[in-house]
Design a protein around this ligand. Structure first.
Ligand code: PLP
Length: 394
């Protein structure tokens, strides 16, 4: 089996599993308890916080552990909105191709009276910092833009957008769930005020993540209760999960350069091979792109059938995000970069892992080429295209 859906989730690393299982046995105390068992758990928790903070150039007290990326996104955006509401600033700037954890939170705020401006995502899958600057108004309380897109892998000019926000005095939140552990992320240099990350996207466990909030940014609670996480996130901490996340992140960062070099070569080989299929297009910029992301549209086919046939050949892929698969709507990300419905339906995302081999890449190229050809063989849309009754778009 070839697992090419690492943007949906990653397999836990051996080291992360070891930390987790060891702490489930040995580190089960409640970090809020005063006896030795609890204090040992507390030490483990704070060590993880220090390690994670250091990796993204934050201070330990700026890291808040959450149940994952979605919770961190919700908390960051709702906190900025609460501050905005207090100051009579009810305008938020974001982009049309954010993760649903961001977009759905923004829709909720829109119903409560906030005004949302979604920045244009250009055909190359990138946002232009100057357009972010133009969108910011006197009543803007937040700009929220993702670091790297989960479907098409494009890496945004975060540092520049952050500089714009700093200059205008507007809070800047970044959904960095696809970036942390994969490309360098530095909250200080990138001018970031709040940042979301999730362990299961960098070979850590599911259900655990963190929110970075710069000193001075007042967070609101999503969950009320005890005084854990400096009073901003109640609930007994998931100590084994949090420590395992720190282990996974340390490992990912220590191997980042080596992984990036290998993955980039494999990614570009895969892209070059798939580009030989007629009437297809790579989605998103070829250079400003995560090392593991490949995303194509093939004209005249349905992405869902492509996935099923690739599954028969032992390839785990996706047509877009895990959240939208199973629904018949085309991906909001592909529509945002200007793909028309018909074309957006024929999409394929292959998010390759660090261990991918050249042989596996070549097998994927061969399989996708054959399956696309096979599906086009009985596609009515393809027949119309070939007969000239419809015009090719790609
Ligand atoms: C996976 C993902 C999320 C959600 O993270 P969870 O930990 O699964 O809640 C948010 N944003 C992006 C960009 C993601 O890829």
């Amino acid at each position: 089996m070839i697992y090419a859906d690492n943007a949906a989730t990653t397999r836990m690393s051996e080291a992360a599993i070891n930390t987790m299982t060891e702490l489930m046995k040995e580190g089960w105390g409640n970090p809020s308890s005063l006896y030795v068992h609890g204090q040992k758990a507390k030490e483990i928790l704070e060590k993880a916080r220090e390690e994670i903070a250091e990796i993204i150039s934050a201070a330990p007290r700026e890291i808040y552990f959450t149940s994952g990326g979605s919770e961190a996104d919700n908390q960051a955006i709702l906190s900025a909105a609460a501050l905005g509401r207090k100051n009579g600033k009810m305008h938020i700037v974001s982009s049309a191709f954010e993760h649903h954890a961001v977009l759905h939170t923004l829709s909720k705020l829109e119903k409560e009276g906030f005004e949302i401006t979604l920045l244009n995502v250009h055909e190359d899958g990138l946002i232009v910092p100057e357009e972010a600057a133009e969108a910011i108004r006197d009543d803007t309380c937040l700009v929220t833009v993702m670091y790297a897109n989960n479907e098409i892998g494009t890496i945004q000019p975060i540092r520049k957008i952050g500089a714009v926000c700093r200059e205008k005095g507007v809070l800047f939140h970044v959904d960095a769930v696809q970036a942390v552990g994969h490309i360098p992320v530095n909250v200080a240099e990138d001018n970031i005020d709040m940042l979301s990350a999730s362990a299961h996207k960098f070979h850590g466990p599911k259900g655990v993540g963190f929110l970075y909030a710069k000193k001075g940014v007042r967070l609101s609670n999503l969950i009320e209760g005890g005084a854990q996480e400096r009073g901003k996130r109640a609930g007994t901490e998931n100590v084994p999960g949090i420590a395992s996340m720190a282990t996974a992140l340390k490992e990912a960062v220590s191997k980042m350069q080596e992984n990036t070099e290998h993955q980039t070569v494999m990614r570009d080989r895969l892209i070059a091979g798939l580009q030989r299929i007629p009437h297809c297009a790579l989605n998103g910029d070829a250079v400003h792109r995560l090392p593991g992301n490949v995303n194509f549209c093939f004209e005249g086919i349905e992405g869902e059938s492509l996935l099923l046939l690739l599954d028969d050949r032992g390839i785990c892929a996706s047509s877009g995000s895990a959240c939208t698969s199973g629904s018949l709507d085309p991906s909001h990300v592909l529509l945002a970069i200007g793909r028309v419905h018909d074309v957006a339906h024929g999409s394929l995302r292959l998010s390759i892992g660090e261990e991918i081999s050249e042989k596996e890449v070549d097998y994927m190229i061969q399989s996708v080429t054959e399956v696309v050809g096979y599906l086009r063989g009985f596609s009515p849309i393809w027949r119309d295209l070939m007969a000239g009754k419809k015009e090719f778009i790609l």
